[in-house]
Design a protein around this ligand. Structure first.
Ligand code: UT7
Length: 329
């Protein structure tokens, strides 16, 4: 089974209807459309409204869409991996809840947590199940209801994030298409710069943690920016070089959407023009695990069989990496 690769054969996506614009945020915190646009590239983001709605409500429509497009019944899915940082519950896994919602009755599922690199880590994990030869239909879904952990009184973070989800179907391919190489990295010393202070086993929820507003995203933006801009560019250049690829061989860069300036630096380092970069941060902001599959979802019609795609991400942890894949459909 040595030459079996995992190819993406269908893509689904979902963003909620409610739009939170920079203009809306100007009324909520001390900020301006100009600051947000020039520092991040974001103009608006989507927010999931409604009582008792969670990440699975974003992910389930994306999974159903990919099944419909591929003409398969959800009961044919064998494994569903959900990459999320905002699970519906601490336990059980959101993957189980998604499987229940879509009718994936024959699948096993689990969640994978690697902050903004989660979808990329999950995609590589899913590909290994396919390469083993034992699994033929693996769904990898990435999504986050970031609005559930964002403090809308903190201007340094609330302008950055949005809610959304995307999903891909992985199937075996023996014709040289699919995920061909990956580099994944993590560095636990990044904890201090980007984390949620309470709610885990180190600092369980209490009145004190609520009073101290510790259940929200905490980020030292500049520190994270410094690491992100170097690591994402380094790892993208590394995967291109070690596979003998040049700028002109790359059809698309599919970057995590945290900051347009980080994306621009990565593209420049790889020697590829802006026209080859998937960029939708202006409409959705940073949806954490949703950014990369949402890009694939929006650009799917422009992708051609055999296109070389480089996926790249950087996130909390720190975590980062890149994937080289050849588009198969
Ligand atoms: O996806 C996971 C990984 N995360 C990332 O990759 C994010 C990486 N970091 C970033 O993208 C950027 O650091 C931010 C967009 C978060 C911040 O941009 P920055 O250029 O690094 O700004 P800064 O944090 O250095 O802040 C500059 C100034 C500060 O004011 P002073 O101290 O210079 O007076 C901030 O208080 O901008 C101020 N500021 C704001 N002003 C208006 C911070 N947030 C805002 C705001 N509106 N929303």
């Amino acid at each position: 089974m040595g030459n079996v690769k995992a190819a993406i054969t269908s893509v689904g996506g979902y963003v909620p209807d409610f739009v939170l614009s920079n203009g809306d945020l100007e009324k909520m915190v001390e900020t301006t459309d100009e600051w947000i646009t020039t520092r991040t590239g974001i103009k608006e983001r989507r927010i999931l409204k409604g009582e008792r709605k969670g990440t699975s409500d974003l992910a389930a429509p994306a999974v159903l869409e990919l099944c419909k497009k591929r003409g398969i019944d959800p009961s044919e899915i064998e494994l569903l991996i959900c990459a999320t940082t905002t699970p519906d519950y601490v336990f059980p896994a959101t993957a189980n809840i998604i499987c229940e919602k879509v009718g994936a009755k024959n699948a096993f599922g689990f969640d994978l947590q690697a902050a903004c690199s989660g979808f990329m880590f999950a995609l590589v994990t899913g590909s290994k199940y396919i390469e083993s030869g034992q699994y033929k239909k693996v769904v990898v879904v990435g999504g986050d209801k970031m609005s559930s952990i964002v403090n809308y009184q903190d201007r340094t973070t609330c302008v950055l994030f949005g809610d959304g989800s995307g999903a891909v179907l992985l199937e075996p391919n023996t014709e040289g298409f699919g995920i061909l190489d990956s580099i994944l990295r993590s560095d636990g010393s990044g904890l201090e710069y980007l984390h949620q202070k309470a709610g885990g086993s180190v600092n369980p929820p209490s009145h004190k943690t609520i009073d101290r507003q510790e259940h929200f995203v905490f980020q030292e933006g500049q520190q994270v920016f410094k690491f992100a801009v170097t690591k994402m560019a380094d790892v993208s250049a590394e995967i291109v070089e070690r596979n003998g690829l040049k700028g002109e061989d790359i059809a698309w860069l599919v970057p995590h959407q945290a900051n347009k300036r980080i994306i621009d630096a990565t593209a420049k380092r790889m020697g590829i023009g802006r026209e080859k970069v998937m960029l939708n941060i202006e409409r959705y902001g940073n949806t954490t695990n949703g950014t990369i599959p949402l890009c694939l979802w929006e650009w799917e019609k422009k992708l051609r069989k055999g296109d070389n795609l480089i996926i790249a991400a950087f996130g909390g942890g720190f975590t980062w990496g890149s994937i080289w894949l050849k588009w198969a459909i």
